[in-house]
Design a protein around this ligand. Structure first.
Ligand code: HEC
Length: 149
């Protein structure tokens, strides 16, 4: 009996942690954030910069025609307009349109991409976190943030 209960508890834990990354507006859990931060520093920081502030100003020697800068991933750009799933997909598939953002599939697992998304979300203030994804269009804090740009 206790074994069954243990299994049930484990199942619940897995189910809960699998849901924790949706656009709930809740702060991402600290363990995922810590894992994501390490992965971010290792793989993403050289372009998106420390704490997701983005590549600015772009050095003249790489600012050629058609050059696309790595935008901020913090609240100052529009990473938060995307849901978690979409961000995970962007990380795994890269951005084929510009080819500058690499596809991380094969180097970063889907679970690791989720950790990185948790870290990115930890960079957003609560009112932006609350407006993540499709609701950014109708959300007051989201609109204010867009007006400020
Ligand atoms: C070689 C530079 C480079 C590296 C390394 C890089 N990126 Fe990017 N990333 C870019 C560029 C450039 C874009 C914009 C591409 C475009 O608009 O087509 C981008 C776009 C993105 C976007 C879409 C943001 C939005 O607002 O739509 C996300 C999310 C993202 N990167 C996350 C990451 C993560 C996470 C990593 C590390 C695993 C990473 N990037 C590593 C250059 C990079």
């Amino acid at each position: 009996m206790s074994r069954v209960r243990l299994l049930m508890t484990l199942f619940l834990l897995v189910a809960v942690s699998a849901c924790a990354d949706a656009e709930t507006g809740k702060k991402p859990d600290p363990t995922s954030v810590a894992q994501g931060k390490a992965l971010y520093q290792q793989n993403c920081q050289k372009c998106h910069q420390k704490e997701g502030e983005g590549e600015k100003p772009v050095p003249a020697y790489i600012r050629q025609l058609g050059f696309v800068a790595a935008m901020p991933l913090d609240e100052t750009s529009h990473a938060w307009h995307h849901g978690d799933r979409q961000m995970v997909q962007t990380i795994l598939n890269g951005t084929p349109s510009t080819k500058r953002m690499p596809a991380w599939k094969g180097k970063i697992s889907e679970q690791e991409a989720k950790y990185i998304v948790a870290y990115i979300k930890s960079l957003w203030p609560p009112e932006i976190l609350a407006c993540q994804g499709p609701k950014h269009m109708t959300c007051k804090a989201g609109r204010n943030q867009m007006m400020r740009k």
